[in-house]
Every structure is written in C-alpha cells, then in structure tokens.
Design a protein around this ligand. Structure first.
Ligand SMILES: NC(=O)c1ccc[n+]([C@@H]2O[C@H](COP(=O)([O-])OP(=O)(O)OC[C@H]3O[C@@H](n4cnc5c(N)ncnc54)[C@H](OP(=O)(O)O)[C@@H]3O)[C@@H](O)[C@H]2O)c1
Length: 336
C-alpha cells in the first residue's frame, strides 16, 4: 500500500550514546529500530545531518546538570544523537496533506544521526530549497533558528539598528551575521583573526578581531548584542550598550563540570538586574513557521549556509571531536 512502511526493513543504522565520555568511548554506530510512522507524521530517509553543541553535551554527560532529563549514570535507552536533518520523504501518514513520498525536506527533530527520522508534519520541517544540496540544507535548522529567534524575537532588531554578533564565525554566528543583515541591521561581527575575511564575506559592515581589539572598549554603542560565545561579563558588555539596548545570550563557554554554561547565564542575569539594558537568555523553539521563514531567506539568497567540513556517518566521533575544540568555521555536516 503506498505511504506505508510495513513491508520495509524494521531496523536502521544510527549513532547512539552507549555511555557518557569522549567521542571515542561514548559513541557507537549500531542497528536500532526504525522510527514508526504516525497518521499525522512523515518518515524521512536522512541524506545529511549536522552536529551541534547539544550533541556534545549529550554525549559527554557534562555538565552533570544536563544528565537529569536522561540518567545520571548512563544515557537512558541508548540515546540517538542529532537534531538537524535533510532528506527525502519515504512515507507520509494517512492524515498528512503537506508532504508526499519523494519530497526533499529539511528540518529539526530528535535522533537525526540515523538513516531515518520521523517527525509530525506540523513540526519543524519544510520543503528543501531546490538550490541547496542536502549537505547545505542540513547545516541550517538548529543554528539558523537560534539566530533568527534571538535576533528577531528576543532581540527585536529593527532596520537601521546597530547589532554586534559576538562569536560570528561558528554554526550559529555565520547565520546570525546574515540574518541580522537581512533584518536591516548594521552589523559588527566579532571573531578570531583567521575568520575575519569570512565574516566580511557574509555581509558584516564591521569586523572586530578579538585577538587584536576589545569590542567592549570601543566608542561604538549598540542597540543589540547577540552573544553566542559568552566570553564577556555583563559590566563589560554594558559599556557598549545603549541605555535601552538588549543583550541576547544563546550560548557560552563549556564552564564547570557541574553547571556548564548555566553559571555564566545566571551571573549575567543577576548582574543585569539594576541596569536599564535588558538581558535575555534565548532557548530555541523548533517550529514550522520559522523553518518556512528560513526557507524564504535561503530562496531569496539572503542566507547561505557555510559548511566547513563533512564527515560520513561512521565518523561522527571525528566530527564531534572537531566541534568540541570550539573553533568550527560554520557548520560541520554528516553525510549518509
Ligand atoms: N540557547 C539555545 O537554544 C542554543 C541553540 C543552539 C546553540 N546554542 C549555543 O550557541 C553556542 C554556539 O553554537 P555553535 O553551534 O555556533 O558553536 P560553534 O560552531 O562551535 O561556534 C562557536 C564559535 O565561538 C567562537 N568563539 C570562541 N571563543 C570566542 C571568543 N572569545 N570570542 C568570540 N567568539 C569566540 C568561535 O570562533 P573563532 O574560531 O573565530 O574563535 C566559534 O566559531 C553554543 O554555546 C551552543 O551551545 C544555544
């Protein structure tokens, strides 16, 4: 019967976390059950995925605080890693109207470092722009949603406003520079020496090399700081914020083994309380409307994914080791 998966194999290859630790000891590529198809969902044959910092946290079990939703001693039920995917719809549930088998899609769901992923048709999934390869499309979802929501919703960036992107050259940062430009911002990008040219090529109006210049000592004043590096404290950032400005934090350094980035977030929140400027920690919401908004930006050529390296599914450990070094240039993509 078309649209069903009953006659197809019931297992697939997936990258699971067998125990907490470094990529070499934690990860295993193994056969697991294929996800099922629900009436309102689609089953996607994954052609490319990408890795994010959240995969590193889930794999390492550090910070310990993040283990609580899973299990303190070992990950519950062999957790499949991955959030981003691009691929082809293998089957669609009987109530699904927006997708058909054969459609090329991209999106965000749980457990995408696997040959198949299932997602409700109403979830964070959209038709893939025809101009993008699966590899480029898989680089987009989580990082670009984080940038879009942080700048547009939490940051309320308006055309003509001055925005500084701290950490402009990684997965989130490369999208943030381009989305801030698309929203009409005047963009200052902060990155290391080797990434200055890339930040310019993404459209930044001004680039600060953090090895040579301290952006918190500049005479410029910003309406918004979008920070995914979390490398500076509140009082330093406040110096370059206009009186009614916002600082939107989405990420920080790995921090202590117990709290991880949470320590930095809490310090920023507490220290910002007496200020006229607003501190906001933004948690990304995976949703369909924003996947459609990203698709529009990609179709219009206002955003293009930067993919630094690709790894096959059998080498996810190498991809996560590289990501864990903290200096990826754009996104790291996994091919299947
Ligand atoms: N809140 C959420 O819901 C959410 C969602 C997604 C991601 N995140 C977080 O966002 C952060 C960034 O994620 P990502 O995927 O973009 O990571 P990534 O690809 O590893 O990029 C991190 C970037 O940080 C830059 N960096 C390192 N030290 C810096 C410093 N002192 N000053 C300025 N930039 C510095 C690096 O650029 P250089 O090589 O040029 O130093 C690197 O490109 C992570 O902490 C992640 O956990 C949060």
């Amino acid at each position: 019967m078309p649209g069903t998966v009953s006659d197809r194999p019931t297992t697939m290859r997936a990258v699971v976390v067998k125990r907490y630790g470094s990529p070499e000891v934690a990860l295993e590529l193994k056969e697991v059950d294929r996800p099922g198809l629900t009436a309102d969902g689609i089953l996607v044959r994954v052609r490319a995925a990408s890795v994010n910092r959240v995969d590193w946290y889930r794999m390492s079990g550090v910070p310990f605080l993040l283990r609580l939703p899973f299990d303190l001693r070992r990950p519950r039920s062999r957790l499949v890693l991955g959030t981003d995917f691009a691929g082809t719809v293998e089957a669609a549930g009987k109530d699904v109207t927006g997708f058909r088998p054969g459609d090329e899609v991209f999106g965000a769901a749980a457990g995408t470092l696997a040959e198949y992923v299932s997602i409700p048709a109403s979830g964070a999934v959209a038709l893939k722009p025809a101009t993008l390869t699966f590899e480029a499309a898989a680089a987009v979802p989580l990082a670009a949603l984080t940038a879009l929501q942080g700048l547009r919703d939490k940051g309320q960036l308006q055309p003509g406003q001055k925005v500084l992107i701290n950490g402009a050259s990684g997965g989130v940062g490369t999208f943030a520079v381009q989305i801030a430009k698309a929203l009409g911002g005047e963009v200052t990008a902060v990155c290391s020496t080797g990434n200055v040219e890339m930040a310019r090529s993404l459209g930044a109006d001004r680039v600060v090399d953090y090895n040579r210049e301290d952006f918190t000592r500049s005479d410029l004043r910003y309406d918004l700081i979008f920070d995914n590096a979390g490398s500076r404290g509140w009082s330093e950032c406040k110096r370059v914020l206009k009186p009614q400005a916002r600082l939107v934090l989405v990420g920080a350094a790995k921090g202590s083994r117990l709290l991880g980035p949470l320590g930095h977030i809490v310090r920023m929140r507490l220290r910002s309380v007496p200020s006229s400027q607003k501190f906001i920690f933004s948690v990304t919401n995976l949703n369909k409307a924003d996947m459609a908004a990203l698709r529009d930006l990609l179709d219009a050529g206002q955003v293009r994914p930067e993919v630094e390296r690709t790894f096959p599914l059998s080498q996810v450990s190498g991809a996560l080791r590289y990501l864990g070094e903290g200096h990826a240039k754009g996104k790291i993509v996994i091919t299947l």
